[in-house]
Design a protein around this ligand. Structure first.
Ligand code: AMP
Length: 583
């Protein structure tokens, strides 16, 4: 794995979150100017400088420029992250961008905490693009196309405080206008857009989005009479919270959770623009105890005859689970009634593992139901196994989409690694799709929880094992660890980038073993990007101690995913005036 240019710096903390950075700075005493450098979670090759000033935290993103220099937005270029730490220029726009992103995710999907972090990490480029293009439409201060007189009527209604404002579309020109109250009068400002699409008040600073411009004008009047204050709220019916698209509609429709009613924004979702967070499986229950039960009431479970798949335990059927808040589509693993005892124990073990896991990129268990047979009820991943999906959609699924999906799988595996679980059966057949943009790891039939102080699990004897997915130490010593899951992740990547191809297709297992022992590896699939093949090869490093862990694998997947996703315009500001005018 290529060495991070900042790795040797004593103040470099690697890939830690904003919260973790603040925690370290707190522990170090919060002195003015105390700082650390960390990897930017959302920007390829970028960093974030976290600094303390006046007992407050400031986070400046350091971007890698096209010519390989680094700079803080609006600042001077430096040849590497190490040279950057002396002249610190406050970049208001970066913290503004981060706050906006968080606010947008919070409002649109009603997410917070870990679910919000996972949403942002997995979809940062898509989210930045959304914010840059259409986020203002979700803001309560945005009124769409209303006449100037109507804007005045709205602003004069109720409190007439200085700075009360709204944004509207100008009727004739297709541009925007800002209407703002000052000294009990309403003033109108045209918002101009330059040739490159940037917005500004005439002679003011230019911004990539209307939302950024508004946020900036809340801090600095920049050519208008007053800073912006309270929003003159648009109460149009469209401004309601969005609902996950997989919720049921019709007579048995799902009622949104009460928390959702307090969210402010709406995002119309067309099928091809669905994000994982638009699906109910991203964060299906705010209170896990609400439906995660070990003894589900049989009367609440409706089982279809449709079989989704089968295995030697029995079959997986489609169904519906009735919960307090509505109906959920579910997949039900039904145990064959004949070979009972052993199978039952195995299913209970699988349920026990799944019960302890909760991550958007892992199929969640919703409960167990012991009725006509033992049934494991799971959230539904309706688009089925990854390898089948890819082989039947070769012509339409892009490499970028595969990278996005495999990044999600790496996030799920990183979570398992952190919780000390080994999966032991990671393969494209066990990555299920909720939507074509949303993957989840499934099948915990072989999984094990590692003891508190053991790095690996040693199987007593061999079994029916997916050997072509297994690392040498699994085959030679029956030793399983997160590092052996990393090997399987490499094979899963290979399957994905070969659109559902079979690894070592015509080879017998003994041939595969000697192939690996003689340092040969699977070839690069035709459409696979070089960087992705390089990562696969790292996953297939013979000695497990030299292989990257999932923390590293996820980082590598993330940085590649961000670098190719949509090539989003950065959300920085362009100074129409001197940079020193920045507050
Ligand atoms: P498994 O034994 O867990 O690998 O399940 C066998 C097959 O059932 C899988 O290959 C899928 O086709 C299907 N299946 C399992 N779990 C789910 C699920 N949660 N949602 C949709 N299909 C599933």
């Amino acid at each position: 794995m290529s060495m991070d240019p900042a790795a040797e710096l004593p103040f470099f903390y690697g890939s830690i979150s904003r919260t973790e950075a603040e925690h370290h700075l707190k522990l170090a005493g919060m002195a003015d100017g105390l700082f650390l450098l960390r990897q930017c979670l959302r920007n390829l090759g970028g960093y974030v400088l976290s600094v303390v000033w006046n007992l407050e935290f400031y986070h400046y993103s350091i971007e890698k420029q096209l010519n390989d220099t680094y700079c803080i937005t609006g600042g001077i270029a430096h040849c590497g992250p190490a040279e950057l730490y002396t002249p610190i220029r406050l970049s208001l726009f970066d913290s503004m961008k981060n706050n906006m992103l968080r606010e947008y995710v919070k409002q649109t999907w009603n997410l917070e905490g870990e679910a919000m972090e996972q949403a942002i990490i997995s979809q940062a480029p898509q989210l930045e693009k959304l914010i840059a293009t259409m986020a203002h439409e979700k803001m309560l201060w945005y009124h769409g196309k209303i006449p100037r007189q109507e804007s005045e009527r709205l602003l004069y209604c109720g409190a007439q405080t200085d700075g009360k404002f709204l944004i509207r579309d100008r009727e004739e020109s297709g541009t925007f206008a800002l209407s703002v109250m000052y000294g009990k009068n309403v003033y109108h400002y045209q918002i101009i857009q330059d040739k490159s699409g940037k917005y500004s008040i005439p002679q003011g600073l230019k911004f990539d989005s209307i939302w950024q411009l508004v946020e900036f004008l809340k801090l600095k009047p920049d050519g208008i009479l007053t800073v912006l204050g309270d929003a003159c709220v648009c109460t149009a019916p469209g401004k309601l919270p969005s609902l996950p698209t997989t919720r049921r509609t019709g007579p048995n429709s799902y009622t949104p959770a009460p928390q959702a009613a307090t969210a402010k924004a709406v995002r119309p979702v067309s099928e091809e623009h669905v994000l994982p967070m638009d699906c109910i499986g991203f964060n299906p229950y705010h209170n896990p105890n609400e439906i995660k039960k070990l003894n589900l009431d049989r009367n609440k479970l409706f089982i279809d005859e449709v079989e989704l798949g089968s295995g030697n335990f029995g079959c997986v059927k489609r169904g519906v689970l009735e919960t307090k808040t509505g109906q959920l589509d579910v997949a039900i693993k039904v145990l064959k009634s004949d070979n009972e005892k052993l199978m039952k124990e195995e299913m209970m073990r699988e349920a026990e593992i799944m019960y302890q896991l909760s991550n958007p990129f892992i199929v969640r268990m919703l409960g167990l139901c012991n009725a006509e047979s033992l049934m494991l009820v799971m959230e539904m991943a309706a688009c089925g196994p990854l390898h089948k999906f890819l082989s039947s959609n070769k012509d339409t699924v892009s490499v970028e989409e595969i990278v996005n999906l495999m990044h999600q799988v790496s996030m799920g595996m990183k979570y398992l690694e952190e919780k000390s679980f080994v999966h032991r059966d990671l393969a494209a057949r066990n990555v299920l799709l909720v939507k074509r943009q949303f993957a989840k790891i499934s099948d915990f039939g072989l999984s094990k929880a590692l003891g508190a102080d053991s790095e690996y699990y040693k199987a007593r004897s061999t079994g029916l094992w997916p050997l072509k997915w297994y690392a040498p130490e699994c085959i030679n010593y029956r030793k399983f660890s997160s590092k052996s899951d990393v090997w399987s992740f490499g094979i899963t990547m290979w399957e994905a980038f070969s659109y559902g191809g079979k690894p070592y297709k015509k080879m017998k297992q003994a041939e595969v073993n000697s192939f690996i022992e003689s340092e040969k590896r699977l070839a690069c699939p035709a459409k696979c990007p070089e960087r992705m093949y390089a990562l696969m090869q790292e996953c297939w490093i013979y000695k497990h101690e030299d292989r990257p862990d999932f923390k590293k694998v996820e980082e590598a997947m993330r940085s590649y995913h961000y670098s190719i996703s949509n090539k989003v315009k950065p959300l920085g500001a362009v100074a129409a005036a001197e940079p020193d005018m920045y507050p």
